[in-house]
Design a protein around this ligand. Structure first.
Ligand code: BGC
Length: 761
């Protein structure tokens, strides 16, 4: 086994060299030749097959974990093992079958996608999921998980939104931190990505993002900052795009001044796969590891040191930082992975997590939950071919996925047989006519919907107790979503919803719509036709079972939206500037909406959304009372206490949100911003819980560009406690007597162009 090659036997052979296990990192670095240093900072290549060569290099991904995304080079003479890396975030992405031999399989759990994980709003549960996921990373012999995706959801058309957490940096940061803590509790590394402002797939490799210092600090960097400070991920992946004229892996301002000097990051920065152009600039910026790596890149670094354009001292620092994370890896510790994580146990956790976090958007007259012995007319291709996750590097190869149709059957529902057979034949035929690739990137075909005549719908309404329509949308890396047929429903989808609704309602029967999508979709034009709407996003391998758990009421849903559902796409503040110009292959994108992203825009400018940020219903009701602030004057920190009571008839959990309205005498500010959230325990009917959230000085502060500082303005602040960003239940004020300069930071990322930022006042 390769692991033992790097272990004791190799060490003895090379024991006249300082060993990573015995010597200091600086001794090891000092003993390395320039060529060896270049081997460490440049990965082993996209299709590396090297096992050991005369230099003692180990660079074989395929030999150890097939389907892993990349590896570094090992240098056994110094006791330096190779690191193996693989993708996420909705699980571990490796090949399930090796060398066509299916007697032993390597399936991974398909967990819910990022945006659904965030919808838990329960950092304890997220950490638990992270822990189980990280166990698979470790037990399959991977050192570094290339996840979570922590880019802010700036525009709902970004093809990778399903991998990300939220339009709000506080949610992204807290959720990301919990996920990283869970993963890293196994002793493997997490990689928060893509740092930073990688908010679209259109020309993601080259697009230049023009963004103000304030929007960058308050929104795009903030989530990363929170996760880094709270969870200490071992790795950060720089992004492909440029920010204000510089490729992020080549930005000293980003990777050294902000990430390391201001935030205290002590890990390793790795490029996105093939990211950046100038290898030497990357070393200087503090992008330690170039992935996946190529000989030409090593040569560029060696030449630069030889011709004096790269100081050896800088290269030494890059190498040292990589060695610092290597010594924390399972490979370094000679961990004997089992290749058999407890997938059954993880499947149970996945099911519970999904069921809890599904968002109930509508439930007129409490038609849900429904009895499991009912007959269901199940419409929509995604009911039978459910999208469990997105495509691209975020795809996970699980042993199975439970479709919605299967999930319903598993719980005793009787699905209309005729409809089922029509759909299954239709989907099968589409897959024969348009074979789907095994691994997908970019645009992916979705089976077009099947049209049913009024006669067929009438028959279904006679034969069944209610109807379900699943609206399906897949998305993935490399391609943004279109407005038409992506965000908007197509004519056939709209027509079917209307007809099915009218025919079933005429018979006193109800219609439930399930949204199985990686992106926000249009709902306002058709939602009146539905009695209930469920949003499970893309829910992983247990999709169908978890959705059925919610339909039957065996789980009371308690997820809430971490993004806004607008009425129309044009209502989104970035819609005039997405994906940039020229539209087909944008070279430039300018964030003219500034700090007004998501609910910060909708609430401040009074634009009515279809469903607001933070929204989500329950099968029970909650009453909020006794809002208390620890003081009416702010001094360093302030405790906020509130009591929540379950006043309904079934047990449930509530997500309580704290929105702060700050004085805006000196600069423009959103009407309120989320600064705290907490989920209750499962409250029985009549039961209550008192919850506490803490406000710290940094949460009062805004970024004042002319001063390059985070400043909390003196004045009155209002604490709003709500069940969503619009549904504010209780408010109370406190005062900050004197302005606080919370932190002075570097003057960096000055935009290269004039940005006409949106202003409210
Ligand atoms: C993606 C990353 C991924 C990497 C390796 C890139 O194209 O942007 O998210 O980790 O590939 O697969």
């Amino acid at each position: 086994m390769f692991i033992t090659l790097v272990g004791q036997a190799q060490c003895q052979e090379y024991n006249h060299f300082p060993q990573l296990s015995g010597a200091t990192i600086s001794d090891v670095v000092e003993a390395m030749s320039l060529e060896e240093k270049a081997l460490i900072v440049v990965g082993a290549g996209l299709h590396s097959q090297i096992a050991t060569n005369e230099n003692g290099i180990i660079g074989d991904v395929k030999g150890r974990v097939q389907g892993a995304t990349g590896s570094t080079n090992g240098l056994p003479k110094f006791g330096i093992p190779q690191l193996i890396m693989s993708d996420g975030p909705a699980g571990l992405r490796i090949d399930p079958i090796r060398d066509k031999d299916s007697t032993k399989t390597y399936y991974a759990t398909a967990w819910p996608v990022g945006i659904l994980i965030a919808s838990f709003w329960d950092t304890t549960l997220i950490q638990k999921v992270g822990k189980a996921l990280g166990n698979e990373v470790k037990e399959y012999g991977i050192d570094v998980h290339l996840a979570p995706g922590m880019n802010l959801i700036r525009d709902l058309l970004n093809g990778r939104n399903f991998e990300y957490f939220s339009e709000d940096p506080f949610v992204s940061g807290r959720v990301g931190a919990a996920y990283v803590k869970g993963i890293q509790s196994n002793g493997v590394g997490s990689t928060i990505k893509h740092f930073v402002a990688n908010n679209q797939e259109s020309n993601r490799l080259n697009v230049n993002v023009n963004v103000s210092e304030r929007a960058l600090r308050e929104l795009y960097l903030k989530g990363f900052e929170i996760a880094i400070k709270e969870a200490k991920p071992l790795y950060v992946m720089s992004s492909y795009n440029k920010v204000n004229g510089t490729y992020t892996p080549e930005s000293y301002d980003l990777l050294t001044k902000i990430l390391r000097n201001e935030w205290g990051f002590e890990g390793c920065v790795v490029t996105d796969w093939g990211g950046g152009r100038d290898d030497v600039a990357q070393m200087k910026a503090g992008n330690d590891l170039i992935m996946p790596g190529a000989d030409s890149k090593r040569k560029a670094i060696i030449d630069a040191v030889k011709n004096g354009t790269l100081e050896m001292k800088i290269l030494d620092e890059n190498v040292a930082r990589i060695l610092h994370v290597i010594i924390q890896s399972p490979s370094y510790k000679n961990y004997h992975f089992s290749n058999s994580p407890d997938l059954d146990d993880h499947a149970k956790l996945a099911r519970v997590a999904v069921a809890e976090s599904i968002i109930l958007l509508k439930n007129d007259n409490n038609i849900l939950p429904i009895s499991q012995n009912s007959k269901v007319a199940l419409f929509g291709c995604a009911s039978y071919d459910t999208y469990s996750g997105g495509t691209g590097s975020g795809e996970v190869y699980s042993k199975y996925k439970v479709t919605i149709a299967e999930g319903l059957k598993n719980q005793g529902f009787e699905n209309d047989q005729k409809l089922e057979s029509v759909y299954l034949t239709h989907i099968e035929q589409d897959k024969i006519d348009f074979p789907r690739p095994k691994k997908t990137l970019g645009k992916v075909r979705m089976t077009p919907e099947k049209e049913f005549s009024m006669v067929d719908i009438e028959k279904a309404a006679i034969d069944n107790d209610f109807a379900i329509i699943t609206i399906g949308r897949v998305a993935g890396e490399g391609k943004d979503v279109e407005i038409e047929e992506g965000f908007n429903l197509n004519e056939l989808e709209k027509k079917q919803i209307k007809s099915i609704s009218e025919v079933f309602h005429a018979k006193g029967k109800k219609l439930i719509v399930i949204i199985n999508s990686g992106n926000t979709i249009e709902t306002a034009s058709w939602r009146d036709y539905a009695d209930a709407i469920l949003l499970p996003w893309m829910a992983g391998q247990e999709s169908g079972n978890a959705i059925a758990d919610v339909l039957t009421g065996s789980v009371n849903p308690s997820g809430k939206l971490t993004v806004t559902f607008p009425i129309k796409y044009e209502d989104v503040s970035s819609s005039n500037n997405f994906p940039g110009i020229p539209e087909r292959r944008p070279k430039e994108v300018t964030y003219e909406e500034g700090i007004y992203v998501g609910y910060r825009y909708f609430n401040t400018f009074n634009v009515k959304p279809a469903y607001e940020f933070g929204y989500g219903l329950s099968y029970t009701r909650f009453e909020y009372s006794r809002l208390k602030l620890s003081s009416s004057k702010f001094d360093n920190e302030l405790k906020v206490e509130v009591t929540v009571k379950n006043t309904g008839k079934v047990a449930g959990k509530e997500i309580v949100q704290l929105y702060l309205s700050a004085p805006a005498k000196n600069i423009d500010k959103p009407s309120a911003e989320l600064k705290g959230f907490v989920k209750t325990v499962l409250l029985k009917p009549g039961e209550s819980q008192t919850l506490t959230m803490t406000l710290r000085s940094e949460q009062l502060a805004s970024f004042i560009t002319v001063r390059s500082a985070w400043i909390a303005e003196a004045g009155d602040y209002q604490v709003n406690i709500g069940a969503s960003s619009e549904d504010i239940k209780l408010s109370k004020s406190f005062t900050l007597n004197n302005e606080l300069e919370v932190e002075k930071v570097n003057k960096v990322f000055v935009p290269q162009v004039q940005i006409n930022e949106l202003k409210h006042n």
